[in-house]
Design a protein around this ligand. Structure first.
Ligand code: NIG
Ligand code: FE
Length: 400
């Protein structure tokens, strides 16, 4: 069965240089087609629908079914390449304290760890599913999900198993923080041994990625040498690498990510020139998480500086109970435009095709023949309304 989708005022394909794409610099790099149509086909119980044809509505082929979007726009489904969705408990009071000046240092993670360990599988699964649905409702069609609120072998495996129920992009983050009861020197060393040994062996079969919170500025997180050990052990166990780096201050995270060939280094809030250069000469994507700066009152990362240096940039939500409890990619795009010096086109690219690179995927983040029919509908004549109509729920996933 095939379906023809018409009534698309602007179709963002994400294919630079797509045939007939609008040349206006406002849409640079997005491959925008005006008055377009899409034909999708296949799709059933165990296979996703794929795109069979994309082009001007006037040339669209016939199909078995048709829907008319009546003057809306279509963009590739957002790729949220960084989230921590498997958790229980509530830290809204910590957010309120931050808004009146208390700085973030990662200490609150222990609160979530306690609540998450105490939750049943059913409770955690329900919370996770609700958060994923919330994302889908706002146009996100691919999400990466990390563990990191279990911090015992059993609790980390449980988090990864649950994450795997909702996505293939599952990340082992046993090295989120040193658990609070292990913060003396011996306890810290023993925890690192566990994360790189028994916990890794138990977790690796359930994950694609390994990540570490590399942040010497936080007493709870890991320094450069510890992070290197975690990443090398993860790679040895068959996992690919991602890093939380340079969130709270300048530090070794970015250089380590580049040196080890990580797919992405996330946060990048505090960068020296040498780090910008290192990123520019690498395949490591700088994933910016503006919701975190919004929710922690830190300065926003300077996306303009990264883009001008030729760094590959992605945007993600980092949806988590501590530093950003927002799952909204439209909000991240709006913040990137308003606060980080990105043009709307750069921000949309970073939230779609840019983020697909942060997951080393080339089958998502664009709308092209042969790819999965993963797109979001914008209830507006132009995709530009995503940052323009900030806070208004005009983006939704098209369920076909
Ligand atoms: O990406 N920085 C480390 N991890 C999360 C925050 C986790 C939390 O505070 O619960 C982040 O910001
Ligand atoms: Fe994070």
């Amino acid at each position: 069965m095939s379906m023809l989708i018409t009534g698309i005022t602007e179709l963002v394909t994400g294919e630079e240089g797509a045939d007939g794409a609008v040349e206006d610099p406002l849409h640079a790099g997005l491959g925008v087609l005006r008055d377009a149509a899409i034909v999708i086909g296949g799709g059933g119980e165990d296979s996703a629908a794929t795109v069979e044809w994309v082009g001007p509505a006037a040339q669209a082929p016939a199909a078995d079914w048709a829907i008319d979007l009546e003057g809306r726009s279509v963009v590739p489904g957002f790729v949220d390449s960084h989230s921590h969705l498997v958790f229980a408990g509530d830290r809204s009071a910590e957010f309120a304290a931050r808004m009146s000046g208390t700085p973030y240092d990662g200490g609150g993670i222990a609160v979530t760890v306690e609540a998450t360990r105490a939750a049943s599988d059913h409770e955690l699964r329900t919370l996770l599913q609700r958060r994923v649905q919330e994302m889908r409702a706002q146009g996100t069609t691919t999400v990466e999900v990390k563990s990191g609120y279990g911090l015992t072998v059993e609790d980390e495996v449980r988090a990864l198993r649950l994450a795997k129920e909702v996505t293939d992009e599952v990340t082992y983050l046993g090295a989120h923080v040193v658990p609070p009861d292990r913060r003396d020197e011996a306890g810290r060393a023993a925890y690192l041994d566990l994360v790189c040994g028994q916990m890794l062996q138990a977790c690796a079969p359930h994950a694609r990625w390994v990540d570490v919170f590399c942040e010497p500025a936080s007493p709870h997180a890991f320094d450069g040498d510890e992070s290197r050990r975690v990443l090398e052990a993860g790679r040895q166990a068959g996992l690919e690498l991602r890093v939380h780096g340079n969130q709270l201050g300048e530090g070794p995270g970015v250089q380590l990510a580049v040196e080890l060939g990580a797919a992405s280094v996330d946060h990048c809030t505090f960068l020296a020139d040498a780090e910008v250069e290192a990123l520019a000469g690498s395949d490591t994507v700088a994933t910016l998480l503006p919701g975190v700066e919004f929710s922690t009152r830190q300065p926003y990362p300077d996306a303009r500086r990264l883009l001008d240096a030729g760094v590959q940039v992605a945007l993600a939500s980092d949806c988590n109970p501590g530093t950003c409890y927002s799952s909204s990619m439209p909000l991240m795009i709006a913040l990137a435009v308003r606060e980080m010096g990105m043009t709307p086109a750069e921000a949309l690219r970073a939230a779609t095709v840019g983020a697909s690179k942060a997951l080393r995927r080339n089958d998502i983040g664009r709308i092209a023949v042969g790819l999965r029919a993963d797109f979001a509908v914008v209830d507006a004549p132009s995709w530009l309304h995503i940052p323009y109509r900030v806070g208004v729920p005009i983006v939704r996933t098209l369920e076909v």
